[in-house]
Each structure stands twice: as C-alpha cells, then as structure tokens.
Design a protein around this ligand. Structure first.
Ligand SMILES: NC(=O)C1=CN([C@@H]2O[C@H](COP(=O)(O)OP(=O)(O)OC[C@H]3O[C@@H](n4cnc5c(N)ncnc54)[C@H](O)[C@@H]3O)[C@@H](O)[C@H]2O)C=CC1
Ligand SMILES: O=C(CO)COP(=O)(O)O
Length: 332
C-alpha cells in the first residue's frame, strides 16, 4: 500500500468553486505546486488573497495557490489536471483547455454527474476531447468545507489503468486526506452521479415531513436502483458498496450541508427553487431517468425525482406511486 508522499508535482485545478478551491488546498497540503483556473477574475483575486467568500465563506485559504483567469497560464507545465467545474460544463471547459494540454498528462475528473443532453459519463466526454490523455475520477464522501478545513476525509481515485490510479492516490494523499485507488472508473463515476439524485429524494422526504423511516427506505431503495444502473454500465458491485457509492450516498442523503439534500428539502417544503446553489442531481435526474427507461431498468425513485423536477407530478403523487407499486421480493 502506497504511503502519502510529497513529491512536489505541478497540479492544475480547473474551477474556482467550492470543490476546486478545497482540492487546490488539499494539493498544496500534499506538497505540490498548485495553479487554479477560475472563470471569474474576482474569485481568482480573492483566492490569491487567501479566501473564496462566494463559495467557501469564512474558511481561510492557504496562500500559495496560483489562481488565474488564464487557462494557458494555469495549465503551463502541469503534471496533472483536476477538472472541477460542474458536470454540465465539463465539455465546454475541456474544449477551451485542450490546446494547452499535452497528450500524456492525466485528467482527473472531480465533478459528479451525467451529461444531460448526451447521457455521456464524464470520462466519455474527456476521452472524446482528449483521446491521448489518461483519464481518472476522484470521488467519495467529501464536503468541500470539510476538506478545506483539513478534516479527515477518505476518497477514491479511479482509472482503468490501475497503476495510474495508485500513483495518483499516493500523490493526492496527505495527513488528513486518504485516497484509495480503484480500476473501476465507471463504477466510481456512476455512484457519484446518482447519489445526488437520491439526495434530492431524501431531502424532499425530509422537507415534506414524511419521517425518518421513509427517509431510510428512500436511501436504501435508491441504492438498489444504483446497483441496477451500475450493473448496466459494467460497474463492480463492490465499488458501489464503497466510498464513491454507498459512502457518498450516506453523506449526502443525511446532511443538510449537501446542496442536493438542501435542494430536495426546499422542494419538500414548497420553497422557491430559484437562485439556489449548484445541485448536480437536477440535470442528472432527468438523463438518468431517460437512460433507465431506454434500457428497461426499473428505477422508480429516479423517475419520480425527474417527474417532480419537471413539474409533471407532486411529491404527494410520487409517494403514493412508490407506495402502491406491485409487491415484490426485496432482492429482485
Ligand atoms: N462542493 C462539494 O462539497 C463537492 C463538489 N463536488 C463536485 O464538484 C463539482 C463542482 O462543484 P463545486 O465546486 O462545489 O460547485 P460551485 O458551485 O461551488 O462552483 C462551481 C464553479 O464552476 C464555475 N463554473 C460554472 N460553469 C462554468 C463554466 N461553464 N466554465 C467555467 N467555470 C464554470 C463557477 O463559476 C464556479 O467557480 C460538482 O460536480 C460537484 O458535484 C464533488 C465533491 C464535493
Ligand atoms: O458530493 C458531495 C460530497 O461528497 C457534495 O454534495 P453536494 O453537491 O450535494 O453538496
């Protein structure tokens, strides 16, 4: 098992939001040089001054992150690139960045979602745009605020190239960031993408005051849907049981700190959903419901979440639909 090491590589982080900033902090702590590309000049300037008040208010950011609005500058000489903009913007960001990226540099996907228009996993998008670059994904139960505050956190780094995954896990690990490695790229991606949809459902249950028992049932049956869809994508069951699947499901389905859970909570309470923080489960629910339907996979919770978000049904109607489905054995 590789030990955490500080080897002073150059990590380029694309994205100046909560997770990009937190991961930049983590990379600094792991002993690397860190450049960060942010779209907004005021965010880049604030990060250089030791804060990111829009996305990580009240948390001190270590000095030393080379934040810039220039992709060319951020990517110049990078040994590894962490892509940390929202899932729906990955294609656009990588298309803009590709001219500055040398073919052998690993691209580590840190967003969680499925592209809404195409149904593509993020690794598929990255491979299309950067066919020569090794692709990895970093995922697991990890709130940006926890990582930025250097609280103990465990994540998984996956790549089809097992040796690369182990190398990246060793490079990223630090005193309070423990990275496991995996060769199940698709399994890690699908767990990270779908847990956000179930967090919306769990939040809605909490918001509508349906009780802790309903919430536990929702998460457990959500996990069954994750296993079914994961199997269709070729994910390993043990990956879905791991940090990026069950681990992240537990975190985001139980904490109002999760933006997806909080979005669901607001839905359940009948609050306005305008101008809320990023909730990746919203676009992913729509495409996951479509993919499941196209492949004949039974995914009633995902379909219900998508239908509620579309305004096609109410939460009450969704609950009644879920509760009156034909009875079956639990393990089907
Ligand atoms: N915040 C968290 O605790 C964690 C977030 N993630 C994932 O990381 C991804 C990013 O999330 P956050 O950083 O938290 O979101 P955020 O909302 O805090 O920040 C998103 C950043 O991306 C930028 N952005 C949005 N669209 C862009 C575009 N088209 N081009 C360039 N920049 C663009 C925004 O300006 C902002 O700086 C999401 O997929 C999320 O699921 C994963 C683990 C933890
Ligand atoms: O993915 C996350 C923690 O692992 C963050 O979840 P939210 O995007 O729901 O806040």
């Amino acid at each position: 098992m590789s030990e955490p090491q500080a080897v002073g590589r150059h990590m380029a982080v694309l994205g100046g939001g909560a997770w990009g900033t937190a991961l930049a902090q983590a990379m600094l702590r792991a002993g690397h040089r860190v450049s960060l590309w942010a779209r907004d000049a005021e965010i880049a300037a604030a990060i250089r001054q030791g804060e990111n008040p829009r996305y990580l208010p009240g948390i001190a950011i270590d000095q030393g992150i080379e934040a810039t609005t220039s992709l060319a500058e951020a990517l110049e000489g990078a040994d590894c690139i962490l892509a940390v903009t929202p899932a729906q913007s990955l294609r656009q960001v990588l298309n803009e960045a590709r001219q500055h990226i040398a073919p052998v540099i690993p691209i580590v996907l840190c967003a969680k979602g499925i592209e809404r228009d195409s149904g593509a996993l993020l690794s598929t998008i990255a491979s299309e745009i950067l066919p020569g670059n090794p692709i990895a994904a970093l995922s697991g139960p990890s709130f940006a605020t926890d990582v930025a505050k250097d609280l103990p956190t465990a994540v998984v780094v996956a790549s089809r190239d097992e040796a690369l995954a182990a190398e990246l896990a060793a490079l990223f690990s630090a005193r309070n960031l423990r990275c496991y490695s995996s060769d199940d790229l698709v399994g890690v991606e699908i767990g990270g993408a779908l847990k956000n949809v179930f967090a919306l459902a769990a939040g809605a249950v909490a918001g509508a005051g349906l009780g802790a028992s309903a919430q536990a049932a929702m998460v457990t049956r959500g996990f069954v849907e994750l296993r079914r869809i994961g199997a269709a994508f070729g994910a390993k069951p043990e990956t879905l049981m791991g940090l990026s699947g069950l681990g992240d499901l537990m975190l985001t389905c139980s904490s109002v700190q999760s933006r997806n859970f909080a979005y669901g909570l607001a839905m359940g309470q009948g609050e306005s959903l305008a101008d809320r923080p990023l909730a990746e489960g919203v676009p992913t629910a729509a495409i996951a419901a479509r993919l499941a339907a196209e492949q004949g996979i039974d995914a009633p919770i995902i379909s219900a979440v998508a239908a509620i978000l579309e305004g096609a049904i109410t939460i009450g109607e969704a609950v009644s639909m879920l509760m009156t489905r034909p009875l079956r054995t639990e393990t089907d």
